[in-house]
Design a binder for this molecule. Structure first.
Ligand code: ZN
Ligand code: ZN
Length: 221
């Protein structure tokens, strides 16, 4: 005959561990390791457990940026829901917050990137390598193109080399409408863009050095 009371007492006090406790212990062990040695889903398990966030959140963001596949076991969890739970960390770490906000914007815009010139969806490539393959295929029929990562959708588009003026969004300066300004990496690039705009829109723009970052802006003067 089964001795219910005795058995229950014994197993709970000595050996029983619930799944949550086992999961917690596993996350604690993982958090002691170097994140670059872990599988991507393990890095997110450590973040999910709220451990070593100063080390593991930047690594988690880097994993999303790299576009690598992350195999979540729990269907209700993904990289974004796990990071969204750490608002307190992000409010204290503005540079990581900025990185993460950009990834969320890209996720929202992916596949909806419209060319201002044609009004149609731009052809997108998910990685620089894919975009560079396309560059090689098209060189003969379309002339030299350059693969550029898009600030709006995070994917890669091709642009004719003659129009390519390397730039990014300035983290400080805004135009008259409050939109962030484009920061050109070189004076030559900014001048080339000013010429394209003058030819296509008849607008005369002046260039000036950004007072905050290393690069150049265009202004109506
Ligand atoms: Zn785009
Ligand atoms: Zn600026």
């Amino acid at each position: 005959m089964w001795d219910d009371e005795d058995h229950t007492d014994f197993s709970f006090s000595v050996s029983f561990k619930g799944p949550a406790e086992i999961e917690r212990e596993r996350a604690v062990e993982l958090s002691k390791k170097r994140p670059s040695l872990l599988r991507p889903e393990d890095v997110f398990d450590v973040v999910d457990a709220g451990l070593e966030l100063q080390i593991f959140i930047p690594e988690a963001i880097r994993l999303i940026e790299s576009g690598c596949y992350i195999d979540f076991v729990d269907p209700y969890k993904d990289a974004y829901s796990i990071l969204d739970a750490h608002a307190a960390y992000f409010s204290k770490n503005p540079s990581q917050k900025k990185r993460y906000e950009k990834l969320k914007l890209w996720r929202k815009n992916r596949g909806n990137c419209i060319s201002p010139k044609t009004g149609r969806a731009r052809k997108s490539y998910s990685s620089e390598a894919c975009a560079n393959d396309a560059v090689r295929c098209m060189a003969d029929s379309y002339g030299q193109q350059v693969a550029v990562q898009c600030d709006f959708c995070g994917e890669w588009h091709l642009t004719p080399a003659s129009r390519h003026t390397p730039s990014k969004i300035c983290g400080y300066c805004t135009d008259g409408d409050g939109n962030s300004k484009q920061l050109y990496f070189s004076r030559e690039g900014a001048m080339k863009r000013a010429k394209i705009i003058a030819n296509e829109r008849g607008l005369h723009l002046e260039l000036y050095r950004c007072p905050h970052e290393d690069g150049w802006h265009l202004t109506k003067g």
